[in-house]
Structures are given as structure tokens and as C-alpha cells.
Ligand binder design. Structure first.
Ligand code: 13P
Length: 251
């Protein structure tokens, strides 16, 4: 399955978010989207209006950028996966490197969130990726696999095909430094082979993220183990995100 997800991160007012959705809905009719699964991931406060804007448009799914593992309770400032499901959100990004880096999320937190998402019928978009020091040390394959293995360790293999994996090398996020197509393919192929060898499941989409934009995406999307992208900066510009959908469809 081909999948393109836009992670808006902590950007846009309500009005800007609504305008962006309007442009995406207009620019992404069924014939443009084709067989690509398109996902947008606005900040929490923009989720209800985004879901509402998409009520008559099945082409685009909505993901939250985070969720708490508990279904409810005394967790001030948090939003549960159950609440996301109640708001008709379809998916949730889990373990983004910014959550790990700035909010101390551990592999164990990520594992609990993946289970909670599945329990609440949300598609987990599980992010893994090495930091620059790990890339330089040559340990990036085992480092990313360790993250992924931990995330799925307690998941029933029958549920794994419903998940999405995002490989996002931390050194490529928001830096303008994109992984080469060969670098992305190497890690994607490795993660897929490890998923198959360990859990017997490897048909989930594995998407690439990190400074992906229309000018560099075609070669990355053409790789056999790259099923799409998780897009940050370029997802905030409707024309760029639409161009990425078209590039992925053509790949
Ligand atoms: P950029 O595309 O801005 O590098 O962000 C990638 C990302 O973190 C998507 O989740």
C-alpha cells in the first residue's frame, strides 16, 4: 500500500489549518489520489474541524501526532487514544523523534502507545530512526531495528499488517539534508526483513521521512521498499503536498 502522511507538527492557527484542508480537498480528488492513502496530521486542537471537513471525502484520513496510552484518568494535559477514536480520528503518530528527544519518550512508552492505539482501533504510525552519531558509527541498522522491535514486541502479529512504519533518520528531519534513495532503501529493506524474520509479518507500509519534498522525492519513492512518505515542512504547503501525492502515485 502506498501512503503519504503530512505531519503538520505545532503549526497553523485554526483558520490556517482550515484553509490548508480546503486546498488539499480541492487538489486531491479521487483521480489525483489514485491508489495512494493520504493522511493529514494536524495539532490536537485542529483535529475536530479537520475530521468535519473530511466527512464527505473518504480520500484523506486524519492522524493525531500523539496520544496517551491510558484510556482515561488523572493525566493532566494529555489526550487518550480512546478520545481520539471518539473524535473519529483514524490514526496516530507514535514515537516521533521529536517526542523522544524533547519529551523523553522511551521505547517502552512507544510500545504501550502502540498497544493502546490498536486497542482503540487507531492505525499506529510508528516512527524510528537513528541520530547522526549512530549513522556515523555504522550502527544505524541495529539501532533502528531495536526501536522497532521494542515497539512491536507486545503486539499480536495478526495486528501488525494494520500498522505503518515510518523510517525518519533524525539527522534528516527539518535539516534540509535528505537521505539518499540508497540510504533509505537499505534501512527499509532491513527493517522489513527483520519484521519478517522476527514476527512473520512484513506487508505493512514502510514510509520515509526527513526533508522530503517534490524536488527530491521521486527517486526515494521509486525504491522497492519505500511505500511512501511522512512529510513535515512540505506538508504545510498545499501545492507541495499535492505534488508529493502525484509523485508517489506515479512511482
Ligand atoms: P521534515 O519533512 O520537515 O524534515 O519533517 C519530517 C518529519 O519529521 C515528519 O514527521
Amino acid at each position: 500500500m502506498k501512503l503519504l502522511a503530512g505531519n503538520w507538527k505545532m503549526n497553523n492557527t485554526l483558520e490556517e489549518g482550515a484553509d490548508l484542508m480546503e486546498a488539499l480537498i480541492e487538489g486531491l480528488p479521487a483521480e489525483v489520489v489514485g491508489d495512494v492513502r493520504v493522511v493529514v496530521s494536524p495539532p490536537f486542537l485542529q483535529l475536530p474541524q479537520t475530521v468535519h471537513a473530511l466527512w464527505e471525502n473518504a480520500q484523506i484520513a486524519v492522524a493525531a501526532q500523539n496520544g496517551h496510552a491510558a484510556d482515561g484518568g488523572a493525566f493532566t494535559g494529555e489526550v487518550s487514544m480512546a478520545m481520539l477514536r471518539d473524535a473519529e480520528v483514524d490514526a496516530v503518530i507514535i514515537g516521533h523523534s521529536e517526542r523522544r528527544q524533547y519529551f523523553g519518550e522511551t521505547d517502552s512508552d512507544v510500545a504501550e502507545k502502540v498497544q493502546s492505539a490498536l486497542r482503540n482501533q487507531l492505525i499506529p504510525i510508528v516512527c524510528v530512526g537513528e541520530v547522526l552519531a549512530q549513522r556515523k558509527a555504522g550502527t544505524y541498522l541495529e539501532d533502528t531495528w531495536n526501536q522497532l522491535h521494542a515497539a512491536f514486541a507486545r503486539v499480536n502479529p495478526e495486528d501488525m499488517s494494520d500498522c505503518v512504519i515510518a523510517y525518519e533518520p533524525v539527522w534528516a528531519i527539518g535539516t534540509g539534508e535528505v537521505a539518499t534513495a540508497a540510504q533509505a532503501q537499505e534501512v527499509h529493506a532491513y527493517l522489513r526483513a527483520q519484521m519478517e524474520a522476527t514476527f512473520g509479518v512484513s506487508d505493512m507500509p514502510i514510509v520515509y521521512g526527513g526533508s522530503c519534498k517534490p524536488s527530491n522525492a521521486a527517486e526515494i519513492f521509486a525504491q522497492p521498499d519505500v511505500d511512501g512518505g511522512l512529510i513535515g515542512g512540505a506538508s504545510l504547503v498545499a501545492a507541495d503536498f499535492i505534488a508529493l501525492v502525484e509523485l508517489l502515485k506515479a512511482s
